[in-house]
Design a protein around this ligand. Structure first.
Ligand SMILES: C=C(CC[C@@H](C)[C@H]1CC[C@H]2C3=CC[C@H]4[C@H](C)[C@@H](O)CC[C@]4(C)[C@H]3CC[C@]12C)C(C)C
Ligand SMILES: C[S@@+](CC[C@H](N)C(=O)[O-])C[C@H]1O[C@@H](n2cnc3c(N)ncnc32)[C@H](O)[C@@H]1O
Length: 359
């Protein structure tokens, strides 16, 4: 082969690889590049070990004995998945019903704006985002409402990602992010005008602990809305297929046991909230939330090849293939949960802290 042919062939291969890794068919084109996949705050040589530890801890979610260790493993989980989520999904780590004629990004935003509209806050007021991820919802909500949003996440890496995104979006004057545990928050009593949580409180081993904390930091009369992950009235604990699907969702999403929809208002009342409204946003007339997951399948295969190549050549840390494989399987369990109707990731509950606390 002469040198011209060699250079041309090499350029073609390099160009093809660039196109395959960086351009072709990713689920969400904006955001992270595959070449930047990391293990969050975990040292790259410890990613595989951390994944193995995570997997053995969440193998039997309903039988987790040491529930006090759950936040630490949830933190590990988000170190492992945050970059992959951003790469393949975007900056909002949640689902939303599909809306005819709207893109995924637009339907996501509408779902987020609905949360802040429900809590009836005014520009300049301070609201809490319990379990804020890298802040996709926080930015949409701050821009839509003019409120000051304070987000809390257990994961330090997400704090740095969220702060960088806030700055880039020019919203850092309205958005603040704190690293902490929402089961014992570093905030004063009665200090927020409203609060929301989007697909986050499902990580709490006891819902009363997080709801109790949110109740404590809200001002009397303030509203709190949550989009909860639940099993629905169609779930049967004696149906092996239902059990397999729900367990698959729990393992692949760091959940210490999914709750039934009927437990949510009970817990809310127990900690002192009044239930204002409750609605499963996944139910018709809403369009399915899981179509986006199913439609992404081709992209997931492509992503898997990309991850395998990147881990093999030493760009992505060892363990990334396992994490990606776990998410791949989880996507399937989630779609099955949606299709069968036994699972909802958007059981909405709107709660009010009464004006006068009962003595
Ligand atoms: C609320 C939670 C997270 C919900 C979703 C944001 C994520 C649940 C499953 C995730 C994904 C599954 C498949 C991945 C795919 C294999 C990969 O190539 C690209 C990223 C995925 C699409 C990834 C994206 C985020 C999810 C949809 C939980 C944790 C409480
Ligand atoms: C699925 S993500 C959702 C993030 C964000 N609400 C969104 O929709 O983009 C769940 C979030 O809850 C946070 N979380 C889970 N357990 C937590 C805990 N004990 N304390 C604080 N944050 C927690 C995670 O760190 C993560 O940011």
């Amino acid at each position: 082969m002469d040198s011209v042919t060699l250079v041309c062939t090499a350029s073609l291969i390099a160009g093809g690889l660039y196109w395959f890794v960086c351009v072709f068919g990713s689920a969400e084109r904006k955001g992270k590049h595959a070449s930047q996949l990391s293990g969050g705050s975990i040292d790259r040589e410890k990613v595989q070990d951390n994944y193995n530890q995570y997997w053995s801890f969440f193998k039997k979610p309903k039988q987790i004995e040491k529930t006090e260790n759950v936040p630490a493993f949830v933190d590990t989980f988000y170190n492992l998945v945050t970059d992959i989520y951003e790469w393949g999904w975007g900056q909002s780590f949640h689902f939303s019903p599909a809306i005819d004629g709207k893109s995924n990004l637009e339907s996501t935003k509408i779902h987020e704006q609905m949360a802040v509209d429900l809590i009836k806050v005014k520009p300049g007021q301070k609201i809490l985002d319990a379990g804020c991820g890298v802040g996709g919802p926080m930015r949409a909500i701050a821009a839509h409402s003019g409120c000051n949003v304070v987000g809390i996440t257990i994961n330090e890496y997400q704090v740095s990602r969220a702060k960088a995104h806030n700055k880039k979006a020019g919203l850092d004057h309205l958005c603040d992010v704190v690293c902490g545990n929402f089961l014992e928050m570093p905030f004063e009593d009665n200090s927020f005008d409203g609060a929301y949580s989007i697909e986050a409180t499902c990580h709490a081993p006891k819902l009363e602990d997080v709801y109790g904390e949110i109740f404590r930091v809200l001002k009397p009369g303030a509203l709190y809305v949550s989009y909860e992950w639940v099993t629905t009235e169609l779930y049967r604990g004696d149906d092996p297929e239902h059990v397999e699907v729900i367990q698959g969702i729990e393992r692949g999403d760091a959940l210490p046991g999914l709750r039934s929809y009927s437990d949510i208002p009970e817990v809310a009342k127990k900690v002192g909230f009044e239930v204002v409204k409750e609605l499963d946003l996944a139910k018709p007339p809403s369009k399915p939330w899981w179509t986006r997951l199913k439609m992404g399948r081709v992209a997931y295969w492509r992503n898997h090849i990309v991850v395998m190549v990147l881990e093999t050549i030493g760009v992505a840390p060892k363990g990334t293939i396992d994490v990606h494989q776990m998410l791949f399987k989880t996507a399937d369990y989630l779609s099955r949960g949606g299709e069968t109707g036994i699972f909802s990731p958007m059981h909405m509950i709107l709660l009010k802290k009464p004006k006068q606390e009962e003595s």
